[in-house]
Design a protein. Structure first.
Lengths: 460, 97
């Protein structure tokens, strides 16, 4: 009887796995993505329900845990502003990691005499889970502005991280040799993992967050996967591996979009040093007023709007859409050109513009807009900096040389919305600002665009 | 032998994951991330199964905490992804609403 039940439970897990896979597959188009997410959620629900059929569970504490988690999760998910999405994802991700750590701990506590294999995967689940947790918390703090988002560097940082990893390996070996008597070593592994999460994310600066979040996302999947080995559960392994693979792919895409290796992102403390004023491209910038910009846009046949993190900071997505609509009604073709690493997480800008009701077929990827850049009349750069810096193509001595950029400088006119002449994340001045075809439109992005919208309305 | 079998499943899943995810357009990278993040809350299944009747106090505390955190990850992750994907509309669909 009970083995029949086991069979039923495990076959249901197979169905869950299929639903996860179909759900992810449907995420390949915006038209089916929402249904895909619901299908994936149904897979999770099925797995939870059949899991509860297992004999001998402690339902009282399960109810308490599930109820508390559901309320907290729902409140957080419905309260969060779209501009704060990167923080939210980091936070959820960290919780998943910590859950894997706790699960491994609880299993070890219940059955301390582990085989070598189980002890090894228990170590992996604990260590990766712990790193995911504190790493995500640091990322969350940086994204939410609770701790400075700049790269934090100190002398001997590499050495400290190296020693921590060495300590973890030694602890792992000692633990795995004889887990039954090494409870203290296990606790030490927990502490080391939490510490390593902090020291490995703290030297990474704000604009490198898309890479870090992708990587942590991958870790949380791998931690769940390791936990699956600990409890001999296929569904944890399959789902964890899918997430692990997804995180690795996103990490790769993000690194490629910055033309940097993963180790450079993780260890270099990029952006910690700022170029001195007086270095870099020089020349005169040509400021423009709202009226000047209005005349340029009014006469344009095609406009590409290039958003960056500044758009999110100024919460300007709704006014940008309003401006886009006005331009379209004026007979201008409007598109939104989005760099893969614009913002603080992969796809950040797309979500903000979707929130503002921008149609998703107007969102254009970098590789699609660049070939037709010469035919674009006006590029409007809003709060983006390094991702439109022509030095990436022209100046071999530039730290961002080789990074693929949105080649706005090839458009007939470029309008750059910016608060001041301060350099971007890479700490370098932007050669685009000094070009002949560039006009600087200084001010807060939201207020500036509102002023433009007002100009259009006045003259209508 | 079971370790080998589990590793088999693991390796095949990784390859499947690569195939699936490389087809996701960059427009959907944020929902992909939060949606796959929700899937990583699958630890919930292990945590539920570890909360057995008659566990020691320490195991109850560890297990319940794991259930709370994994549930936040799952429920919050799916809910927030759904909220995001709701917003992705084409122009004509948007007008119809």
């Amino acid at each position: 009887m009970s083995s029949n039940m086991d069979l039923l439970i495990n076959f249901a897990y197979v169905v869950s796995a299929v639903l996860f896979i179909l759900g992810l597959k449907m995420l390949s188009s915006p038209a089916t993505a929402r249904r895909g997410n619901l299908i994936s959620a149904a897979g999770m629900l099925l797995a939870v329900v059949v899991c509860l059929l297992n004999a001998g569970l402690d339902y009282k504490w399960i109810m308490v845990g599930v109820a508390a988690g559901t309320v907290i999760g729902l409140v957080a998910a419905y309260r969060v502003a779209m501009t704060s999405m990167p923080e939210m994802v980091a936070l959820f991700n960290g919780f998943g990691g910590l859950a894997s750590l706790l699960l491994a701990w609880s299993e070890y506590h219940q059955h301390p005499a582990l085989s070598l294999f189980i002890a090894s995967v228990t170590f992996l689940s604990t260590f990766i889970g712990g790193v995911t947790f504190t790493g995500s918390m640091i990322a969350f703090g940086k994204l939410a502005g609770m701790i400075p988002s700049k790269a934090v560097l100190f002398r001997g940082q590499q050495l400290v991280n190296g020693l921590i990893i060495l300590g973890a390996i030694v602890a792992a070996v000692v633990f795995a040799m004889n887990p039954a008597v090494n409870y203290q070593i296990f606790i030490a592994i927990v502490v080391i993992s939490l510490l390593f999460g902090i020291t490995s994310v703290i030297p990474i600066g704000g604009a490198d967050m898309p890479v870090v979040i992708s990587l942590l996302n991958s870790y949380s999947g791998i931690a769940a996967c390791a936990a699956g080995f600990v409890v001999h559960n296929n569904i944890l392994i399959v789902a964890g591996a899918l997430v692990g693979a997804s995180g690795i792919i996103l990490t790769k895409i993000m690194c490629k979009a910055m033309n940097r290796s993963l180790s450079n992102v993780l260890f270099s403390g990029f952006g910690a040093t700022v170029q001195k004023a007086g270095d870099g491209p020089q020349g005169e910038v040509k400021p423009a007023t709202a009226e000047d910009v209005y005349y340029i846009l009014e006469a344009a046949d095609s406009v590409a709007i290039v958003p960056g993190y500044g758009l999110a900071v100024a919460q300007a997505q709704h006014v940008v859409h309003e401006l886009g609509e006005i331009l379209e009604n004026n007979g201008t073709e409007v598109s939104y050109a989005i760099h893969p690493v614009a913002g603080r997480m992969p796809g950040h800008m797309n979500v903000l513009l979707a929130e503002a009701n921008v149609s998703y077929d107007q969102l254009v990827e970098m590789d699609d807009i660049n070939p037709r850049m010469d035919s674009i009349d006006v590029c409007v750069v809003i709060g983006a900096n390094d991702v439109v810096n022509p030095a990436a193509i022209e100046d071999e001595s530039s730290p961002i040389y080789g990074m693929p950029i949105i080649e706005t400088f090839r458009a007939k006119t470029v309008i750059v919305l910016k608060r001041s002449m301060n350099p971007g994340f890479a700490g370098i001045q932007n050669a685009l600002f000094f070009r002949d075809n560039t006009r600087m439109y200084f001010g807060d992005a939201k207020a500036s665009i509102q002023a433009l919208v007002a100009e259009f309305k006045e003259s209508a | 032998m079971e370790a080998v079998f589990l590793t088999f499943v693991f390796v095949l899943s990784i390859f499947l994951g690569f195939e699936l995810i490389s087809k996701v357009p960059s427009t959907l990278h944020t929902p992909l991330m939060s949606g796959s993040n929700a899937i990583s809350g699958i630890t919930l299944i292990g945590s539920l199964a570890s909360l057995k009747a008659g566990n020691s106090q320490v195991a109850i505390i560890l297990g319940t905490l794991a259930v709370v955190l994994a549930t936040i990850n799952v429920v919050g992750g799916y809910a927030v992804t759904n909220r995001m994907l709701e917003m992705f509309k084409k122009k004509d669909e948007g007008a119809a609403k």
